[in-house]
Design a protein around this ligand. Sequence first.
Ligand code: UDP
Length: 241
Amino acid sequence: MSAHQKLYEGKAKILYTTDDPEILLTHFKDDATAFNAQKRGQIEKKGEINCAIATHLFKLLEDSGIPTHFIDQVAPNQMRVKSVKILALEVVVRNIAAGSLCQQTGLPVGKVLPTPLVEFYFKNDSLGDPLLTRDRLFLMELATPEQLNQLIDQALQINTILTAFFNRCQITLVDFKLEFGITATGQLILADEISPDTCRLWNQAETDPDRRVMDKDRFRRDLGNVEDAYQQVLERVLATL
Ligand code: UDP
């Protein structure tokens, strides 16, 4: 395969090959989708903002001992990453009830969970990314029991690191989605991105349930000022150690 061939185009990113088969180039797009791509739009500068936020957070995690696919940022909206085989799982960690958890359980939005909740969803658009049980996950061979333990362990460690970091940004990390991949040598590492597209982030200076939203819920729920919110997250992230 020649370099810079488009390998895959997703809703928010394009993956290209490079001269090195172990390395891929991720291009972050301004395109935004929600509700399984039924709602589509563009968020100006989102590609650059999310690439910069993801870069900062991947470096933070690597410095804290979490292996990730991140290599380096090579352009405002491009990063080089290790080539991995992505597990068909979305790993969601929740600290506060919101989104589908509230819709499916009746828990009130904003309820602080007694301990972080780790959930697994099947990454499959045509099935609507259904919530998985542990047994279904094994039945579908989406991960081995050893990988599942590693996923839970890594997800909880990442949550501890990111929650503390965002608190220093005066932002509450409500919930977020992670994706993991397997390297050529069989190592399980964090992949994809971490950004306001994949996290719920609430501004601690605001109590109003709409005004506090600094993430993709502004786009999902037509709350307005989406770019401003993403930019504000970036500024706080870059200003925080
Ligand atoms: N999420 C994501 N991609 C998805 C589904 C969820 O990044 O395909 C993130 C979402 O932004 C939120 C968390 O995972 O931070 C939990 O999402 P939830 O299950 O509540 O679903 P939603 O309300 O977004 O439909």
